[in-house]
Write a protein that binds this ligand. Sequence first.
Ligand SMILES: Cc1ncc(COP(=O)(O)O)c(C=O)c1O
Length: 385
Amino acid sequence: MNREYYFDHSATSNPKPKQVIDSVVEALTNFNGNPSRSSCRKSIEIERRIFGIREKIANFFNIKNPLQIAFTKNSTESLNFAIKGSNLENCNIITSVIEHNSVLRPLNSLRDNKNVSLSYIHPHKETSEVIKEILSLITPNTKAIVLNHISNVTGYIFDIEAIGEICKKYNLLFIVDSSQSAGFLPIDVEKSNIDILCFTGHKSLMGIQGIGGIFVREGVELSPVLEGGTGSFSKFERQPLKMPELLEAGTNNIPGIFSLGAGIDYIKEIGLDKIRDHEYKLTKFFIDEISKIPEITIYDNFNIFRGPVVAINIKNISSSELSDILSEEFNIYTRSGFHCAPLVHKYLGTYESGCVRFSFGYSNTMEEVLYCINALKEIISFFNN
Ligand SMILES: Cc1ncc(COP(=O)(O)O)c(C=O)c1O
């Protein structure tokens, strides 16, 4: 097979580390019981392993009590549990224009059904400007801030520590979507005063698709969006309100949980700093080089530290055509279109055209990025002639 150049890590990380694949095989080979559903030894062994993985996740995000973490399908499910379960009604919520639809759609559902008004902040080069904008939007009716940590289109990073301070001061519920940041930036739920952290397992946390999670701070009241079996409290007529059962209705994805644990081990072995430095180095090199090409527009390039994501367009080539050419002629895999984030495209002025997103991962090399830059130059030269 021809060599492939995978620059779509924001969609899902690829390849998965060997130890992640091995952990799934181990789960399917040796751990095919149902944890918490019976008291047989196998079931208890699995429950122990899963608790160990909750502890690893707790340690990774500085969560004090691992039982405040529930496993979900992905961050979409976590965000629905957080946004729809937080009993937010007849109030105002502040969010941003860089949100993914997994934040926007549940928020719009509250707007349509629960008399919630939504206010939007924008990316700014300086965090002080972001804070100024938030302060200008807070009203006595504001109850929560729901925010994407890193944009999946522009790589813009909101300073969640500074915003968490504001949430603490004004007693606002702080819900963070860490889909693009967990596994790239350190996240400390205590330092950033996060009430609910939503994460997905299959992106930079290196697990497989179908696993994610949610941390809910003790004392934050959530209503369950899903109800069903938990293997405990079986005589309760309704879902138990205790974490993690509150948000874990039905049989958990054991192979997925194992993969998430192995993904975190992999990150710890390499070191989060090393991963971030490598991915940022590739991102910066890519931006620096393509900035010299007049036909290329880079979106929202504030020239500040960002996530490993770069969105571009090339003059006179549609985003879908560019992505197709990169794929078919150069084996370079990117993502074109709107990236499930319609408001960011309005903000960038690409609501009609979309753009092409390049997202880098730890497995990418400088040589691959150089190959990609040369491919873009070749495509431009072809269209110019
Ligand atoms: C910022 C952001 N939020 C949420 C999601 C949803 O993630 P998942 O599909 O794993 O639920 C994504 C996925 O691309 C994302 O980039």
